[in-house]
Structures are given as structure tokens and as C-alpha cells.
Design a protein. Structure first.
Length: 433
């Protein structure tokens, strides 16, 4: 059995988790404040729309870019774009000019697409088949701990209206540190899995070959079925962050809530990993995991409808926004609901990555599959943020979220039906021919 060392698969997934702790983890903490920490959420919504438009393109291309440039440089450059986005709000605070922030959002979409393709390749191809749920949990816990720690930043600075420059500087510095950690990553060819075997790497393509392989994803039956799960998987963020956390809670309480939102993500990933790595046949695990996610998601959205009706008085009088220090017992229920939103998000994402990882164990192929998933996911998110910018009524947006999520469910079950007991390739040598 391979020891735990710098080239071990477990060390590498922990390291990728730390990179994402510092970069997208901090972005999540900032974005979850509603409006990117600004009272007026218009600029943040426009920036997120631009972000996810470019993310949808470069998420799709990201797998090919990672295969050509390598994991280190792509994770490093991708991480820096998160720092640029956080820094753009310092400019916005001082000028109230939204152009730079929106442009930074578009640039972040490029970097995020590449970074997440690399992350997904590591998370799905480095573990053995019976470890994939556990590796997803390890990554998801470390990554979302970034959201937890980042949510403390608004509590530590004077945050009454817009987040001050000191808050954005803290985010920026942590994101730069995370970017530099990418140079500690090992290339897939040097990574040793827990049983002592090497990571499976098929023949790498040149630029034209990678582009052709990406185009072929659109005639791959599994990828076409995955489209619906991917499109819906980040669709709900604009409602949860801008409408729920952004409108119903006052400044510091938004950051306080996010500590629980991102902490619950760890629990959601853990519970899902227990299902997906159980001793049951793999197809049965897929069906049980999908049913678990389906039931839990709908329960949370039904509770959200009920809670929204109770919150009408806050929309009529924003001075009644909930405060974790002064609102007492009436704060508990809404906080638990927001925490469950984070839990089911992690369960959904964990299931999606596990299903993708069940298609193959080849790192080259999985980088393309994850890139496709992130690209389509970002296209859905772009639509979501765009309708938020367009002023869709909160009731309509809430129902739209539920419809989009439930439309994906039959296709998720179809993916379960296509799941095989194993996807182990014969040998590395045979696979590289």
C-alpha cells in the first residue's frame, strides 16, 4: 500500500482542497453576502452574469487546456482571477464605477473554468473506485471550510453598509496565497494511488485533437443526459444569496449565516459519501443517492416557500431584517433552513461528481467530462443571474428554481440506469496505445 507522501493521491486531493479553500472558497463567502458585500446587488448580479457566461465557454474548454498546459499552471492562473475579482470591489468602493467589477467577473469566468476542470480531474481520477465518494467528501470539506473562514471576515471588519476595503483586501490576500499553492501539485504521471498503482493517463492530444475530443462530448450519450443535471446544479445560488440571505438579514448576520451554510456543505458531502461508498452494488448506490438528493431538495424548497410567506413584513419594512444578536428565537428557523440549503447543494454536487467518476478512471478523459459539466453548469448559472438582473419576481424565480431542478431528476435516474459495476481499464500500457 502506498504511504501518505507528497505524490500520494490523498495528499494531492488535500492540496487541491486547500487551493480551493483559498480561491473559490473565499469567493463563495463573498458572493453569499448578497451583492458581493454591497447594499445594491445590481453590480454583483451583472458581474456574476458575465462570470458564468465566460465560465460556460472556458469550463467546456477547460479540460483540454488542463491536458495541454498541465495542472500546476492552470490552477495557479485560475486562482489569480479570483483575487482580481475581489480586488475590483476596492475600486468600486472608491469610484462607484461598476465596469471594472463586471469585467473582472468575466475574467474570473475564464480562470474558474480552467481551475475547476483541473480540480475535477484530480478528484475523480486519483482515487480508486471504492474511494471516490470519500475523496469528494475530503475535497468538499476543505473547500467549504474556506467559505466558513471567509464568512468570518465580514464579522471582523466594520460592516454596516457596503463591505469596507479591508474586507476585500483580506479576501484578495488569501486568494493569492491559494494560487501559489498550485506549484506544489504533482503532475498526474507522478501521482501514486492508495493501492500503489499509477493514475490512468490515456494518450494526450495536441490542441486540435483536444478540440475534436471536446466536440465529441456533444454526441456522447452520457454527456447529453448529464446536461440537465449540470444545467440545474448552480441555478439556485442567485435566489439563495440575493433574495434569501441578502434581503431578509442585516449586514453582519449575512456573514454569520454563511458560517452555517458552508459548514453544512461538509455534512452534506459526508452523508452523501457514506451512501456512494457503501458496500452495495454501484448501480443501487446511484439510485439511492439520487433519491436522497431528490427528496431532500424538494423538502427544502417547500420549506422555503413557507418561510418566504412569513417574511413579507421584512420586504415591507427592511428595518425589520433579522439580526443574529437581537432577533432571538425567531432567528433559529430561518437559519436552519439556510443551512439545509447548503447541505443539499453539497449532496447534489457530490452525487454529480461521483456519477461522472463512474464513467471512467482516466484522468485525461475525466478532465474533459468535468469541464463539460462545469461549462453547462455555468450556462445555467448565467441564466439564473441574468433573470435576477432582469428583475424576475421572487415568487416566480423560486418556482422556476424548483421546476429546473425537478426536470433534471428523470435524467439523473437515467444516468443511474447506465451505471456499471466497474469502469476499471485493463492496464495503463494497453490504454495508452
Amino acid at each position: 500500500m502506498a504511504r501518505f507522501h507528497m505524490n500520494s493521491s490523498k495528499f494531492q486531493i488535500i492540496l487541491v482542497g486547500l487551493i480551493c479553500f483559498c480561491a473559490p472558497g473565499m469567493f463563495n463567502a463573498l458572493n453569499a453576502l448578497g451583492g458581493g458585500g454591497q447594499v445594491d446587488n445590481t453590480t454583483a448580479s451583472k458581474a456574476n452574469t458575465a462570470l458564468y457566461i465566460t465560465f460556460s465557454v472556458f469550463g467546456l474548454l477547460g479540460g483540454g487546456i488542463v491536458n495541454i498546459l498541465g495542472i500546476r499552471i492552470t490552477m495557479f492562473l485560475g486562482g489569480l482571477t479570483y483575487a482580481l475579482y475581489s480586488g475590483s470591489y476596492i475600486y468600486y468602493n472608491n469610484t462607484e464605477n461598476s465596469g471594472f467589477t463586471i469585467a473582472a467577473g468575466a475574467i474570473l469566468g475564464i480562470g474558474a473554468g480552467i481551475l475547476w476542470a483541473g480540480q475535477g480531474m484530480v478528484m475523480t481520477s486519483y482515487p480508486l473506485e471504492h474511494e471516490k465518494g470519500n475523496y469528494i467528501f475530503i475535497f468538499w470539506s476543505i473547500f467549504n471550510l474556506g467559505g466558513v473562514i471567509g464568512s468570518l471576515i465580514p464579522l471582523l471588519v466594520k460592516y454596516e453598509g457596503n463591505l469596507p476595503n479591508t474586507g476585500y483586501i483580506a479576501f484578495l490576500v488569501i486568494e493569492c496565497i491559494g494560487s501559489c499553492l498550485a506549484f506544489v501539485l504533482s503532475p498526474p504521471s507522478k501521482v501514486i494511488r492508495s493501492d500503489g498503482s499509477e493514475v490512468i493517463i490515456s494518450k494526450q492530444e495536441n490542441v486540435v485533437g483536444e478540440f475534436v475530443q471536446i466536440l465529441k462530448l456533444f454526441i456522447n450519450p452520457s454527456m447529453l443526459i448529464l446536461f440537465f443535471m449540470a444545467f440545474s446544479s448552480n441555478f439556485f445560488y442567485s435566489f439563495q444569496f440575493n433574495y434569501y440571505n441578502g434581503d431578509y438579514f442585516e449586514g453582519n448576520s449575512k456573514g454569520f449565516n454563511n458560517i452555517f451554510y458552508w459548514s453544512s456543505q461538509m455534512l452534506g458531502a459526508y452523508v452523501t459519501s457514506l451512501i456512494l461508498d457503501s458496500k452495495l452494488p454501484r448501480k443501487k448506490r446511484a439510485y439511492i443517492g439520487t433519491t436522497f438528493v431528490f427528496v431532500l431538495f424538494n423538502a427544502v424548497w417547500i420549506w422555503t416557500i413557507i418561510q418566504k410567506n412569513k417574511f413579507k413584513y421584512i420586504l415591507d419594512d427592511p428595518t425589520q431584517q433579522l439580526n443574529y444578536k437581537t432577533s432571538g428565537a425567531k432567528y433559529v428557523g430561518p437559519l436552519i433552513l439556510y443551512s439545509l440549503m447548503g447541505l443539499v447543494d453539497a449532496a447534489w454536487q457530490s452525487l454529480a461528481y461521483w456519477l461522472i467518476g463512474s464513467f471512467t478512471n482516466d484522468s485525461i478523459v475525466l478532465s474533459r467530462y468535468v469541464g463539460y459539466y462545469k461549462g453547462v453548469q455555468s450556462a445555467g448559472a448565467a441564466v439564473s443571474w441574468a433573470i435576477n438582473v432582469g428583475g424576475m419576481k421572487r415568487n416566480d424565480q423560486l418556482i422556476f428554481n424548483m421546476v429546473i431542478l425537478n426536470v433534471a431528476v428523470p435524467f439523473m435516474y437515467l444516468l443511474c440506469h447506465r451505471t456499471t459495476e466497474t469502469s476499471v481499464e485493463d492496464t495503463k500500457e494497453d490504454y495508452e496505445e
